[in-house]
Design a protein around this ligand. Structure first.
Ligand code: EPZ
Length: 427
């Protein structure tokens, strides 16, 4: 891409990846047809759909961003197809199949570049509901004679554990109380979806979730909430390029911590019913940010925040309190002239007037998106490599940015002519 152009215009946000992954797993808990709309067309979602098909569910792509899933013929509780190992969220099938069939076996989730990402809290919840959990040969197996409601206190606020335990408990006998739960919008969306299938879940979005298990779940027609993190990413791209962008199909309430930070450093944020407009006419100011569970500032917006502050006036800090290794992209920003020092879980940033284009490598999904924002704001040409990470969570990212006036294109790395075109300019 060639940086330096303000982003101007309108962009439409897709469905929330991290809600959809839990909802697709929950869809396997009924024999009746489930229609899911506003499903983002991104790799992680398509891999999850292939995983569900792999155990016998029928998946029909009935319209753009819509699928119809019928899980009546699920035959295998042993979910070890090649797809499963490609995404961590396949572990939601443990909670879903345990809830419905009292047994499930799923390949252990792969590691991730932002931290060790244990699943001890998921296991603690399954055991509390009466399941036996065994791990071996790279598989995790859960099974229960009877699934009975329980009072579970999570030691760590965990999105994944909250959703996974909620899935299993929704069909356990009796009452389950889960305390110290995650309150993210995507947790609430999975709870709302389960309730639309006949589950009895109360309190999602607060610190305590109360569930009364049901015998059976029925079909549903459901639309996924807008993606809070995709929306935040475009808000920060608008601010970093001193642009003026209307971000449509969002829930402004879900963006409160993101909007508050933008306003604090001098951007203008205007809220509408289902849209926000971000305008940044001048260079932005400094601030301190600490990532926290919702409603705090989201860890998935941490790299994008660091890029914005790397260009802001003054000294800022960004502290990462959720994951232990989520600053690897700072080495890449260094190549672009950023002045950032990472000490422990805090990045100390001295804002610079502008960044300079370079060839950089995306280390993970959100850092990849942040490096694109850096390239759009930088002087000259930037090439971001390893963009498959970005494609896991952003649908047609470069096309949406082109529509906002960005001078960006996707080139195939094995197309030497195309790469050379960029390398000559970046070099
Ligand atoms: C979800 O991951 C998201 N992924 C992540 O988004 C997001 O960063 C994270 O929540 C936090 O919001 C999906 O929803 C698919 P956690 P998850 O369990 O559920 C520790 C993206 O970019 N922990 O809330 O794996 C864990 O190590 C991705 O879309 C335990 O100790 O995150 C971490 O420090 C990246 N034991 C903290 O809790 C457990 O059993 C929060 O993790 C589980 C988690």
């Amino acid at each position: 891409m060639k940086g330096g152009k303000p982003l101007v215009g309108e962009v439409v946000i897709g469905g929330a990846k991290n809600a959809a992954l839990g909802i697709l797993a929950a869809a396997t808990m009924t024999d009746e047809m489930v229609t899911i709309d506003n499903l983002p067309d991104i790799r992680d979602i398509n891999v999850m759909l292939q995983a569900i098909e792999g155990i016998g569910a029928n998946v029909v792509h009935s319209a753009s961003h819509e699928v119809k899933i019928t899980s009546r013929n699920i035959h295998a509780m042993n979910v070890d197809n090649e797809y499963i190992r490609r995404i961590r969220a396949s572990y939601y099938l443990l909670g879903a199949l345990l809830g419905k069939y009292h047994r499930a076996q799923v390949a252990l989730p792969g590691g991730c570049n932002i931290g060790s990402r244990p699943i001890d809290q998921h296991i603690k919840g399954f055991k509390a509901l009466g399941a036996k959990v065994s791990i071996g040969q790279d598989m995790i197996c859960v099974e229960a004679e009877h699934l009975r409601g329980s009072h579970i206190y999570l030691d760590v606020v965990s999105v994944g554990a909250t959703i996974n335990i909620m899935l299993a408990a929704s069909m356990a006998e009796g009452r389950t109380i889960i305390e110290n739960v995650a309150k993210e919008p995507h947790v609430v969306d999975v709870a709302n979806f389960l309730n639309s299938m006949g589950a009895n879940i109360k309190g999602a979005g607060t610190d305590i979730i109360r569930i009364v298990g049901v015998e059976k779940l029925h079909g549903s027609v459901y639309s996924i909430i807008p993606d809070q993190i995709e929306a935040g990413t475009f808000m920060f791209a608008a601010a970093a390029t001193k642009g003026d962008v209307l971000i449509k199909n969002v829930i402004p309430k879900h963006l409160e911590s993101i909007s508050a930070k933008l306003i604090e450093i001098g951007a203008e944020v205007e809220e509408f019913d289902d849209a926000v407009r971000v305008v940044a006419a001048k260079r932005l100011g400094r601030t301190q940010v600490k990532t926290l569970p919702y409603p705090g500032f989201p860890t998935d917006m941490q790299p994008q925040m660091t890029v914005l502050l790397a260009l802001s006036h003054g000294a800022s800090t960004v502290s990462e309190s959720i994951f232990e290794n989520r600053f690897m992209y700072v080495d890449e920003l260094f190549k672009m002239g950023a002045q950032i020092k990472v000490e422990g879980n805090t990045a100390h940033i001295d804002g610079v007037e502008s960044l300079i284009g370079a060839t950089v490598f995306a280390p993970d999904l959100r850092a990849g998106a942040a490096l694109v924002i850096a390239g759009l704001a930088a002087k000259g040409y930037t090439m971001v490599q390893q963009i498959h990470y970005i494609e896991r969570g952003y649908e047609t990212f470069e096309k949406k940015l082109q529509l906002l006036g960005a001078d960006i294109e996707k080139v195939e790395v094995d197309d030497p002519k195309a790469v050379r075109k960029f390398q000559m300019r970046v070099g």
